[in-house]
Ligand binder design. Structure first.
Ligand code: MG
Length: 312
């Protein structure tokens, strides 16, 4: 299999947006309810008949990708400015994120708002859901990748488990961006080597042995990074050759369906490329000013910046 870097960059950003938009339809529903409604992934995807709209996950990812495409690295000030410029509160932002971004908007010390709202820092999945562009941009530089994933988390997520979740998704995206053939054992060995906490080490060991939907469900479907990052990674590893199965299986788990499918879709899209996203879904992704055409173009800009940075 040979997938170009351009197809991978586009596949990851559009794969994230499509997963987010489809998952966003079912946020907070239960697995039981979804299993009654849909017989499987195919019926879930065939159900989509009209336009699908992405949520805060994609909106914050766009902010990160814009900063990287412009600056070649994540810096705090441009990142906060990009969060503010892309902020549309109706896109499903959590209450904490809304307060922090609104403080940034008003030029207040947002750090104080962040630490007041999330004492000790947020360990939610909000940093992991938006980190895919870091994985793409630094796919061949592991040290820089981990440092930049941490940097991209900081404005909102200073809790170690929130940051670690972002680093693991970035490392997963980077690994598959480098891969023509998926080597499951290698993939999990690398991710486990990046774990700093026992909690993630245990969860990723479970993820590495996940071969059924029941085991996938046991990894969690919640908004905490620890309850969703390993699940998204495991779903990709369960169906590395199918974008539809990768996002469909996590959506059918219920819970934080938009973020689970955004993270899983970003990894799958980076591995398989944009052509692997079902046409039925991609065709229906919103055509707004920062919709599908913008995302495709942003992925190409990100790649151009990557290439410029690497040509010396
Ligand atoms: Mg969301």
């Amino acid at each position: 299999m040979s997938v170009s870097l351009e197809e991978r960059f586009q596949g990851s950003l559009l794969g994230l947006a499509v997963g987010d938009a489809l998952g966003g339809r079912f946020e907070a529903q239960s697995a039981e309810h979804l299993r009654q409604r849909f017989s499987g992934v195919e019926s879930l995807i065939n159900y989509v008949a009209d336009e699908i709209w992405y949520t805060d996950d994609t909106q914050m990812t766009i902010a990160l990708a814009e900063v990287l495409a412009d600056q070649g690295e994540i810096l705090e000030q441009p990142l906060c400015a990009a969060f503010v410029a892309n902020y549309v509160p109706s896109r499903g932002y959590g209450r904490g994120a809304r307060m922090v971004i609104e403080a940034m908007e008003e030029g207040e010390g947002y750090q104080a708002v962040a630490s007041k709202h999330f004492p000790g820092g947020s360990y939610g999945n909000g940093a992991a859901m938006r980190v895919a562009p870091v994985g793409l941009f630094f796919h061949d530089n592991e040290a820089r990748l981990l440092e930049q994933a941490r940097q991209s988390a900081f404005p909102t997520h200073v809790h170690p488990l929130g940051i670690e979740g972002a680093q693991l998704i970035a490392a997963a995206v980077a690994y598959v961006t480098r891969s023509d053939e998926f080597k499951r054992d290698d993939f999990f060995r690398l991710l486990i080597s990046h774990c700093q906490s026992e909690e993630y080490r245990e969860k990723l060991a479970m993820a590495s042995e996940t071969t059924s939907i029941e085991q996938l469900a046991a990894l969690g479907n919640g908004i905490e990074a620890l309850e969703s990052v390993p699940t998204a990674i495991a779903s990709f590893a369960l169906s590395p050759e199918s974008y539809a199965e990768t996002i469909g299986n996590v959506i059918l788990l219920g819970g934080d369906t938009d973020t689970l499918a955004a993270m899983a879709g970003a990894i799958s899209g980076a591995y398989l490329g944009v052509e692997a996203i079902p046409k039925r879904l991609l065709d229906r992704l919103e055509e707004s000013p920062k919709g599908k055409a913008y995302l495709r173009n942003l992925a190409s800009r990100l790649l151009l910046k990557y290439q410029a940075t690497h040509s010396g």
